[in-house]
Write a protein that binds this ligand. Structure first.
Ligand code: TYC
Length: 127
């Protein structure tokens, strides 16, 4: 096998007969250099979908969207009407643990007020 050897000393200053130890080239490995950025995976997001029913008062739904989902009065009214007409609407997109605790909050608040409003959670495929 042929090997290219780099000696840091100028060759004329090496005494004749000096022994140079050469490593077996097969043991030299090029360092692995990572050129691509590591792809950090984003956590999956979940949609909170509010469902229609025939009993919960519209005004209660609007108030709930304003207080628990920080919607403006205008946004809350639009979402409530969409639920009323289409059967359901997304009212927030967030990580799973946040979505679960929000839904628990909504349902216990509604139950405490005697209203049957329900929500469901669905993984968001758009992220
Ligand atoms: N459909 C209800 C009504 O006519 C209003 C309503 C809207 C209920 C949204 C639930 O998530 C809901 N009073």
């Amino acid at each position: 096998m042929e090997a290219l050897i780099h000696i840091s000393q100028p060759s004329h200053s090496i005494d004749k007969g000096t022994k140079i130890r050469v490593m077996d080239m097969s043991t030299i490995h090029a360092p692995e250099i990572q050129t691509e950025k590591p792809q950090l995976k984003k956590p999956p997001m979940y949609k909170i979908i509010m469902l229609n029913d025939d009993y919960t008062p519209m005004e209660f739904v609007v108030d709930l969207l304003c207080s628990l989902f920080r919607k403006s009065g205008d946004e809350a009214s639009k979402i409530m009407l969409r639920i009323h007409h289409e059967g359901q609407a997304v009212c927030a997109v967030c990580p799973k643990d946040v979505a679960e605790s929000k839904v628990a909050q909504v349902e216990s608040y509604c139950e405490a007020h005697g209203h049957p409003l329900r929500c469901r959670i669905e993984v968001d495929s758009h992220d």
